[in-house]
Design a protein around this ligand. Sequence first.
Ligand SMILES: Cc1cc2nc3c(=O)[nH]c(=O)nc-3n(C[C@H](O)[C@H](O)[C@H](O)COP(=O)(O)OP(=O)(O)OC[C@H]3O[C@@H](n4cnc5c(N)ncnc54)[C@H](O)[C@@H]3O)c2cc1C
Ligand SMILES: NC(=O)c1ccc[n+]([C@@H]2O[C@H](COP(=O)([O-])OP(=O)(O)OC[C@H]3O[C@@H](n4cnc5c(N)ncnc54)[C@H](O)[C@@H]3O)[C@@H](O)[C@H]2O)c1
Length: 473
Amino acid sequence: MPISEYDVIVIGAGPVGENVADRVVRGGLTAAIVERELVGGECSYWACMPTKALLRSAAALRAARQVPGAREAATGELDVAAVLGRRDSFASNWKDDGQVSWLESAGIALFRGQGRISGERAVEVTGADGTTTTLTARHAVVVATGSSALVPDIAGLRDARPWTSREAASAKAVPGRLVVIGAGVVGSEMATAFAALGSSVTLLARDGVLPQAEPFAGEKVSASLTAAGVSVRAGAEAVAVSRDAAGTVHVTLAEGGQVDADEILVAIGRTPNTQDIGLDSIGLEPGGWLAVDESLRVLDAGDWLYAAGDVNRRVLLTHQGKYQARALGDAIVARAGGEPADTGAWGRHAVTADERAVPQVVFTDPEIASVGLTAAAAQAAGLRTRVVDYDLGSVAGASLHAEGYQGQARMVVDEDRRVIVGFTLVGPDVAELLHAATIAIVGEVPLDRLWHAVPSYPTVSEVWLRLLETYGR
Ligand SMILES: Cc1cc2nc3c(=O)[nH]c(=O)nc-3n(C[C@H](O)[C@H](O)[C@H](O)COP(=O)(O)OP(=O)(O)OC[C@H]3O[C@@H](n4cnc5c(N)ncnc54)[C@H](O)[C@@H]3O)c2cc1C
Ligand SMILES: NC(=O)c1ccc[n+]([C@@H]2O[C@H](COP(=O)([O-])OP(=O)(O)OC[C@H]3O[C@@H](n4cnc5c(N)ncnc54)[C@H](O)[C@@H]3O)[C@@H](O)[C@H]2O)c1
């Protein structure tokens, strides 16, 4: 059995694993990465990129139709085949040659196969042909194995061959009728995408639409989905599912009644990819999320084992996982050189933003762009807050951007420190407005100073001035 030694071994070549490996190599260490499927992970082939490609064409068409003059030119229907084709190219046709070349150019060694921890600082890789290679790490092993769709124990569901986000993101055809269980981020985005592509969609929103966002955000998305023809069933819970011989799916609801569809998408959250990664070899329970300390070391394991990205459950977003990867990679390099890691709040190796300033864009119609705490979360955290709302549609730049622009902005202010701790925008094309709010929160910019950050006229960003005026000087 061949044995190879590296400074760092990363299990999982998703966006997070790739970035950890890159940082340690840039810091002068050697790194090997283990991948059992495609280099690039969920985000590249079945999540962020293909789903946003499915949504983007309809969003562009909608935007053109909201502007007189352009509207008259946009008279055709969405070209579904072209949308699916563009999606295919954004998923690199489910081939990872490009990412493999990048690994080579970055000096990272790739081992294909299932990686399993086989003892302290040791990882065994089992290739598709059954051969095994043992890798040993001089400094660290990083688990970046990500997460998979959670399929609940609803009677008959598994036998009905449900779609998870993977099948939705890579669908080769648009189902006539689609029923979606769960109206979180995946459920809401995919209901938006498939309704625009021509499916008749039923969204079973047991806990409401986007319940983790500000309430007005979920309400606006729910109203817009309904206007787009989606049957939004607030409070509806699926209790049994079957697929008949003709292929039709039947979903029985707790409150009575049935929904029939051609496909069923399950979108109720994620489960960690830790079932078969050898955790038992070091006394940890397989199958759970990997709890970590502030420097992303796995709790109750040796000081050589770290976990980053979805698998540690801190934040299930690509950009935040990559942020963890940069901090962690640099911390491993520092420690390997005998330096302490700087993990104090906002330190070089800290992941403070995970708790204070996580930005997220939900690419529904309208888009939701948020960062930091919702009003409810700020209150629950014991902060003395003031919530300032502003109608985005009444900003001059918004009315220019689209006729009848509708949206809302909310800023949550920590009254004791007079800084913003939460910000939410809902409206067409608000995604690109978010970063200003992220900077204001991370920088803890005092409101008095924000008056000097003058938004250009006539842009939608002028909402910043309107929010400050509403708050008062
Ligand atoms: C439908 C959908 C849409 C999303 N859209 C967005 C978005 O727009 N923006 C955003 O920021 N986030 C989005 N996310 C979240 C994002 O996809 C994840 O946060 C991100 O992929 C996490 O990266 P990761 O590297 O931790 O894990 P992953 O991307 O899951 O990568 C983990 C890798 O590890 C490999 N692996 C697992 N176990 C082993 C093993 N034992 N041995 C070898 N290899 C292994 C896997 O094959 C995989 O390649 C979306 C998620 C979904 C489901
Ligand atoms: N644009 C983006 O940033 C983006 C897009 C898609 C996914 N993601 C990430 O992927 C992760 C997974 O997304 P998701 O939508 O699967 O999870 P989620 O946690 O966002 O939403 C799941 C929803 O399902 C509901 N639910 C839970 N159990 C249920 C049940 N048994 N029956 C009915 N409803 C149930 C929950 O109340 C919740 O609203 C998220 O954490 C998200 O951050 C991000």
